[in-house]
Design a binder for this molecule. Structure first.
Ligand code: NDP
Length: 283
């Protein structure tokens, strides 16, 4: 039997609709609309596409987005001053610094300059600390999207073995923490993991966030497992594919996300949700 394909596009659409209704209510109560400031440095084509997608989603749900585009040779000081200024701007509820930043810029001090209350990406150490401590605070969007996708299957997370492949601060670590708070037994794998396939074969839930096309093979997947593919890889023919060999895995998995149409749209929907939550918290 073929595993069920989790439709991230449809789930994200439903969440955006919910956010839209809540934004309407916020506007009536607070007399203003939530505002998201997007900081884009340089001309990386993929980043420009992501920023446009996020701006389009803002327009759809009624969040006012403002783009701050600096040239690729902007200095650390210029970017920091911009972010600090947005931090003090009352019309801005959320600040998103589009990553990766051009070479020569150190992302950490820039991300740390975003006030935690406006940190809608959830990358500030304060929010990462709250996530570690209690699972509260603003959650990084992709990790939050992964959890929604798993929950959408109806599969109980508690007590399950989850394997997260990848340990970045953006995806792997926060996803592992959210799974841990949901009472899964979590293993985090990375480039130094010995016998990755053996870990994956034990997993009831697999989250792949590696950045290597079709890296996770179908014969690694435990029959019936929930497989969430975070990877976005562009192939030579221009097509996108994930970190999981979808064709090989889809007949073994119980549920699997496609690429595109899985985690990607959920990341954007979670950004909308985080921005609304930040606006509500500021009143
Ligand atoms: P990073 O490059 O920061 O992290 C990749 C992780 O994969 C690292 O922890 C690395 O291990 C691990 N890794 C690399 N090679 C192997 C290997 N051979 N075996 C096991 N683990 C390995 O990437 P990100 O976390 O930022 O992103 C991962 C993927 O997700 C990318 O394809 C990215 O484009 C995509 N992405 C998708 C998003 C979405 O919305 N759908 C959002 C963000 C990212 P080590 O730490 O040891 O180096």
């Amino acid at each position: 039997m073929s595993g069920r394909i989790i439709d991230g596009t449809a789930l994200a659409r439903r969440i955006r609709q919910e956010v839209k209704e809540q934004v309407d209510a916020f506007r009536r109560d607070a007399g203003r609309v939530p505002g998201l400031a997007v900081v884009l440095v340089g001309d990386d084509p993929a980043s420009q596409v992501y920023v446009r997608t996020k701006e389009r989603a803002c327009g759809e749900v009624g969040i006012r987005s403002q783009r701050h585009h600096l040239p690729g040779d902007a200095t650390q000081k210029e970017v920091l001053e911009l972010v600090e200024g947005l931090g003090k701007d009352d019309t801005v509820d959320g600040i998103l610094v589009q990553l990766p930043l051009p070479r020569g810029l150190d992302p950490q001090p820039i991300l740390h300059a975003v006030p935690p209350a406006k940190d809608v990406d959830g990358f500030h150490p304060y929010n990462l600390g709250r996530l570690t401590e209690s699972g509260e605070g603003i959650h990084p969007c992709t990790a939050a999207g992964v959890m929604e996708l798993i929950r959408s299957t109806g599969v109980e997370i508690e007590g399950k073995r989850a394997v997260v492949i990848g340990r970045s601060t953006i995806v792997g670590k926060p996803t592992a923490l959210l799974l841990l708070h949901a009472n899964a037994t979590v293993t985090v794998c990375h480039s130094r993991t010995a016998d990755l396939a053996a870990h994956v074969r034990e997993a009831d839930i697999v989250v792949a966030a590696v950045g290597r096309p079709r890296f996770v093979r179908g014969d690694w997947i435990k029959p019936g497992a929930v497989v969430i593919d975070v990877g976005i890889n562009r192939l030579d023919d221009g097509k996108l594919c994930g970190d999981v060999d979808f064709e090989g895995a889809k007949d073994v998995a119980g549920y699997i996300t496609p690429v595109p149409g899985g985690v990607g749209p959920m990341t954007v929907a979670m950004l909308m949700r985080n921005t609304l939550a930040a606006a509500r918290a500021r009143g």
